[in-house]
Design a protein around this ligand. Sequence first.
Ligand code: FE2
Length: 383
Amino acid sequence: MLTHALIGDAGKTIELGWKGGARSRFHAMWLRDNALDDKTRSAGNGQRLITILDIPAETRIGAASIKDGDLEITFAPDQKTVSFPAAWLTANAYDRDASRKAGWTGDAIRRWTGATMQNSVPRAGYAAAAHDSDVLREWLSAVRAYGFAVMDGLPAESGALCKVVDLFGYIRETNYGRWFDVRAEVNPSNLAYTNLGLQAHTDNPYRDPVPTLQILACVENTVDGGESSVVDGFAVAAALQAENPEGFRLLSSYPARFEYAGSSGVRLQAKRPMIELGPDGELICIRFNNRSLAPTVDVPFAEMDRYYAAYRRFAELIEDPSFEVTFKLEAGQSFIVDNTRVMHARKAFSGSGKRWLQGCYADKDGLLSTLAAIEHQFKEAAE
Ligand code: FE2
């Protein structure tokens, strides 16, 4: 509930007060651009009908009042009157204190370690997730919060992993196909197709944009070893930043180079940092893959020593068992990782028996969209 509205700066800004003491300032131009009336926004699809150039540069707040708890503003010079719900203003307030520390993450992200996660791995059965939107919502929400989740109860057959993606979006095809097999091969085009252990990594950092989700499903697994493990790259990055802020700065402010040319007709290259921050310092992506790291040529000579020391320390922390969560995939089980955040690894396995996994990629924006749509339905049903 709004309690006061004080026009300031000759109509260029307004200060609003809420019951309980909260205050927030807004600009006239911002309010006009974000007006909710049906001449500014389509009532049907919510899209904006005007451009910035349709708004006079000299736009001011001519008058403001509180009506039934909401804000009503008349803009000058065009004498347009628009109402802003108090709850909408609260949800969209931007008048915050000083900028956030580099490496921050949004409220939906929950960082984890082995200690906090090993005994509470998010998990759902395929049949339940397919038929009960509450189960699906919980599972997708876990992917958003923790960057990984297990799904079991799939048919132990080739292509079953596509069913997981069908629950929330679409497969992203690559040169590896719609999906790919991960099993020991005699002349592998990729070290994943051997029985060697694989250091924790994110997949395909040589693509731009990088695949944002990976699903790995088990069709058959009768070998000794071959467990899967996951590591929260955001938690490791925070640990590096805490003990070595300079190392964090180096890995986040200089690009690394990644490349893959392991099969004919493919020469993928990308130039992106190992720790990527958004323009406002938000931690948005980890890229870490020893197999596809190309020569680093974008770090100044004077900083290369310290860059490599930071890379080494980042790798040591990633290998630290305290960050690791381990599980063995059985036939019909799968897991999904947010490939911009959570690294996955494989333990070595012996030659006896068979280990047949399949992997595919999908897009996180689609998963988050499906989750938001389900959450919106739940909210409407509750109202
Ligand atoms: Fe991988």
